[in-house]
Design a protein around this ligand. Structure first.
Ligand code: K1U
Ligand code: ZN
Length: 167
């Protein structure tokens, strides 16, 4: 397995729209394993392939406390959504920045698993938030784009300053 480098906002590659996976094969299973290792090491509770500069529709999520509930979503689609919830979000591509975003409270998702089998999941709360956040990544959208232009500008300045200090 391998740790993959994570792109940082405002990298333009975070705005590419990912393409559907045609065949779930060993290449995709290796990508899922490497993404999971990268997510756990970060640490995070989700990761989209876009964030590791792979523009295919693959997401991994594990919201458990003890890292025992890894889920892979390949070609995920939201079939239905209900209600609203406001949650504080973070993003491994926007390190150290947290802010509130309003999203659907409940979603019904269809995706393929690592064996290429179709499954549907109805969920709410944090898992629903995380699925929506990760599908946004596949569509080229980063959570800070839900914030005001003023906040987005401040975040870009903060990250640019930090990048200069660590260079
Ligand atoms: O997609 C990502 O950048 C991962 C992101 C997922 C996410 C978090 C919160 C709300 C919506 C989506 C993260 O994992 S940020 C880090 C984080 O939330 C976390 C890190 C360690 C322990 C617990 C949570
Ligand atoms: Zn993110």
């Amino acid at each position: 397995m391998a740790l993959l480098p994570i792109l940082h906002y405002p990298d333009e590659r975070l705005h590419k729209r990912a393409k559907p996976v045609a065949v779930v094969d060993e290449r995709i299973r290796t990508l899922v394993a490497n993404m999971a290792e990268t997510m756990y090491a970060a640490p995070g509770i989700g990761l989209a392939a876009t964030q590791v500069d792979v523009h295919e529709r693959v997401v991994v999520i594990d919201i458990s406390e003890d890292k025992t509930d890894l889920r892979a979503f390949i070609n995920p689609e939201i079939l239905e959504r209900r209600g609203e919830q406001t949650c504080e979000e973070g993003c491994l591509s926007v390190p150290g920045i947290y802010d509130t975003v309003t999203r659907s409270e409940w979603v019904k998702v269809r995706a393929l698993n690592e064996r290429g089998e179709s499954f549907e999941l109805e969920t709410d709360g944090l898992l629903a938030v995380c699925i929506q956040h990760e599908i946004d990544h596949l569509d080229g959208k980063v959570f800070v784009e839900y914030l005001s232009q003023l906040k987005q500008g401040r975040i870009k300045t903060k990250l640019a300053k930090r990048a200069r200090i660590t260079a």
